[in-house]
Write a protein that binds this ligand. Structure first.
Ligand SMILES: Cc1cc2nc3c(=O)[nH]c(=O)nc-3n(C[C@H](O)[C@H](O)[C@H](O)COP(=O)(O)OP(=O)(O)OC[C@H]3O[C@@H](n4cnc5c(N)ncnc54)[C@H](O)[C@@H]3O)c2cc1C
Length: 384
């Protein structure tokens, strides 16, 4: 007889994998489907910076919960997790004002952060250029995961130790309800049944329920990144710089934010390409630099696919990174783009197709930080 799963999850990125993790921990039977052989979308193309500091209060809570869950998974599934903190570097008076204001907000919210002055930075972060760093805000408890391995290792562990039924290389093309069961059909015409379905399909708006996505206020965002090697430079933790201070949600709560942003040139190269400079180093010494943001609605056809654009953006990001970090001889080894979906008017899309079929996507740039905590809270609220 055909097996009926308690839950079927479509999509094996960090969102679908996080749902699978919590549901299996709670004793449900779970099938997870991904159209690729191994995960290849945003969940493996990102920085792996786990930075609850970047969010407003509600999502910061999910990020903090995620860090605890990552730490517990690390003990059993070797995630290459690192505990090196995050550093937001201010390069001028305006950015210093914003980090000081955020530090005050954090004290009220009891979220650990410390202001470093230029001499602290010189002592603790010799990889950062003295000429750029005027002050910095440090979050000592924040972590880094390896974007290339995290989701795959979690899936492997869930399969081997928690009886996850993992169907890779399988696209779910149709989902129907009949005789109070949910039937899923894949691209080989195989059928599966489940009591409940979660659709965590990232930026794929076209395969399942396209009409829902069309009117859901979603956009796709293409981010360009690159990696390479530089001298013997060692970079600690997640490095975020002045343009991140001017862009991240958490700083929007600062009293001076609106006035400072209003003075920016909207036509600068960095604003037109949504660039802010972030950096992180992997265990093998590779330095990841990014990123740009190009926006488009209804599908992965985001702007800037010309080779010339890619080169211009990369050249710009490397030149800017050299002003911030001691990476004077940077050797480019790889460049790539990742796409995520994001809501225009809310932090995430949760759409009930029926009582038992729910779409959860559009988490934007928060996914590697917040998914584990968000999905835990989501299931708690439904008493699963
Ligand atoms: C360049 C870049 C840098 C980033 N840096 C960070 C960072 O440092 N920190 C952070 O917190 N976040 C970061 N993010 C954001 C984060 O990566 C995303 O929020 C997150 O990966 C989204 O996860 P997801 O599971 O929703 O989507 P995805 O990773 O896109 O996964 C969706 C999955 O669904 C599968 N799928 C879709 N349709 C079907 C179907 N019909 N059948 C079967 N399978 C299907 C796809 O194959 C895919 O694997 C970054 C993103 C990018 C692109």
């Amino acid at each position: 007889m055909e097996k009926e799963f308690d839950f079927a999850i479509v999509g094996g990125g960090i969102m679908g994998t996080s749902f699978a993790y919590h549901l299996l921990q709670r004793g449900y039977t779970v099938a997870l489907f991904d159209k690729n052989y191994t995960p290849i979308e945003a969940s493996v193309r990102n920085f792996g910076q786990v930075v609850p500091s970047g969010f407003g209060a509600e999502w910061q809570k999910y990020g903090i919960a995620s860090m605890e869950i990552y730490r517990s998974i690390q003990k059993v599934a070797q995630l290459d997790l690192r505990e090196e903190g995050s550093l937001y570097i201010a390069s001028n008076e305006e950015e210093i004002r914003l980090i000081e204001e955020l530090n005050t907000i954090n004290q009220k919210n009891q979220y650990d952060s410390i202001i470093f002055d230029a001499s602290d930075i010189a002592k603790l972060y010799p990889e950062i250029k003295h000429s750029y760093a005027k002050a910095a805000l440090h979050f000592p408890l924040e972590i880094q995961v390896n974007p290339k391995t995290t989701v795959e290792r979690m899936l492997h562990w869930l399969k081997e130790k928690k009886q996850l039924h993992y169907f890779n290389n399988v696209t779910i093309q149709d989902i129907e309800v009949s005789s109070s069961k949910i039937h899923l059909t894949d691209n080989f015409k195989n059928e599966y049944t489940a009591k409940k379905v979660m659709i965590c399909s990232g930026h794929d708006f076209k395969t399942l329920f396209p009409e829902i996505f069309l009117n859901a206020g979603l956009k796709t965002v293409k981010l360009q990144m690159l990696s390479g090697i530089a001298n013997n430079t060692k970079i600690k933790g997640s490095i975020l710089t002045g343009w991140s201070i001017r862009r991240y949600e958490c700083f929007q709560e600062c009293p001076s934010y609106q006035q400072i942003i209003a003075q920016e040139d909207p036509n600068s190269f960095q604003r037109l390409h949504g660039i802010h400079i972030l950096a992180k180093q992997e265990a093998d010494g590779t330095i990841i630099l990014g990123d740009s943001h190009h926006y488009a609605s209804h599908g992965p056809n985001a702007a800037g696919t010309d080779y010339e654009d890619i080169i211009n953006v990369n050249d710009f990001m490397i030149a800017e990174a050299k002003k911030i970090l001691n990476i004077d001889h940077f050797e480019l080894r790889n460049t790539w783009a990742g796409i995520y979906s994001q809501c225009t008017d809310k932090p995430i899309l949760v759409e009930n197709i029926s009582d038992d079929i729910t779409v959860v996507t559009g988490i934007g740039g928060k996914g590697m930080t917040a998914s584990l905590g968000y999905t835990q809270d989501f299931l708690n609220k439904l008493n699963f």
